[in-house]
Design a protein around this ligand. Structure first.
Ligand SMILES: *Cc1c(COP(=O)(O)O)cnc(C)c1O
Length: 337
């Protein structure tokens, strides 16, 4: 049975924010150094809006949904140095929507770089209204109150989910899955694994749903959790993948083992540097001139390096690492290096 290489996503409201396909590049110097594997990167950090990153793919469908509902204001929530918050602000600016960000102190740091540089600086330049909440547990109640206030003032409010991860948002990564399938056919390369960081799970969930809808093996995708304990990450990601697949291929269900999440890179907690992350960021930067972020990509790449060194991948495996953006985070983590 021929499988469709391209997904039909035309039924879903979408606000275009990307300029086309993001490149796939080979990393020859790193591959040579590691021996026995070929590392490729999908450059989802190369996008023409707001500094780019994985959240922009989700925001194409979130802003689409917001505008279809007639909203004029988008509200979202994240950690202080959230890339999702920064890109929501950029997408809202581009679409002519007001943007309110609720930022929580999810990482125990209070130095100047962390409080004011990186994404925090960009949020303000992008024109977002920022609300600072000390305890993440207080965020839901604050958001409810704020949304009620905005609605009372006559505003049409759309709440974008944490990390941009709802079934609508995940369609952005189903779209990415179809890009990867087409690119791998053009390049005549069969990737043995697609490797991603797992934060709120939407990147992996969208890829999994997209691959399944195209009749491919979802276990091609392997993530490293950087936020939630591995079982919680797996459950959340599988739930999102199921909801996304329900939109693409109604009635299909996801097997229990379709979502592969690997543990071991969180270290002392979300957003807290590890030695393996530092080594991964420096290695990729100094060998290939590529900048990966300290919170997501750095930890996921550390996991990839560890598994390569431990021989966890097939002989001569072709591994595609998705670069998800987050470069501004490096400026907030100056002291970590
Ligand atoms: C949010 C984010 C991730 C994690 O993506 P999820 O879809 O939330 O799992 C990875 N990398 C960067 C740079 C991010 O900002």
């Amino acid at each position: 049975m021929p499988t469709p290489a391209k997904l039909d996503l035309t039924a879903f409201p979408r606000r275009q924010l990307l300029d086309g396909t993001t490149p796939i590049q080979h990393l020859p110097r790193l591959s040579k150094k590691l021996g026995n594997v070929d590392i490729f990167v999908k450059r989802d950090d190369v996008m023409g809006l707001g500094g780019g990153g994985n959240k922009l793919r989700k925001l194409e469908f979130l802003i689409g949904e917001a505008q279809a509902a007639g909203a004029d204001t988008i509200v979202t929530v994240g950690a202080l140095q959230s890339n999702h918050a920064r890109l929501t602000a950029a997408a809202a600016a581009k679409a002519g929507l007001a943007c309110e960000l609720v930022l929580t102190r999810s990482v125990p740091r209070d130095d100047e770089d962390f409080l004011r540089n990186g994404n925090v600086l960009l949020d303000s330049l992008l024109g977002a209204t920022v609300h600072h909440i000390a305890d993440p547990a207080d965020a839901p109640a604050f958001i409810q109150t704020r949304i009620a206030e905005l609605r009372a003032a006559g505003r049409g409010v759309y709440m974008a989910p944490f990390g941009g991860s709802s079934a609508a948002g995940c369609l952005g990564y189903a779209s990415c899955a179809s890009e990867i399938v087409l690119q791998s056919e053009e390049m005549q390369i069969d990737f043995d694994r697609i490797v991603v960081p797992n934060g709120s799970g939407g990147t992996q969930a969208g890829l999994v749903a997209g691959l399944l809808a195209m009749g491919r093996d979802a276990r091609l995708v392997q993530s490293y959790t950087v936020l939630w304990p591995v079982e919680k990450a797996k459950t959340a990601t599988r739930g999102l993948a199921q909801d996304t697949l329900a939109r693409l291929s109604p009635g299909r269900t996801i097997a229990d083992d379709a979502v592969v999440v690997v543990d071991g890179q969180i270290g002392e907690g979300y957003g807290l540097p590890t030695d393996a992350m530092r080594e991964a960021v420096r290695t990729v930067a100094s060998l290939e001139g590529l900048l990966i972020d300290p919170v997501y990509g750095g930890k996921a790449f550390a996991g990839l390096l560890k598994d390569v060194r431990e021989g966890k991948f097939p002989q001569a495996a072709k591994l595609l690492f998705v670069m998800t953006g987050g470069l501004p985070g490096l400026f907030a983590y100056r002291r970590a290096f």
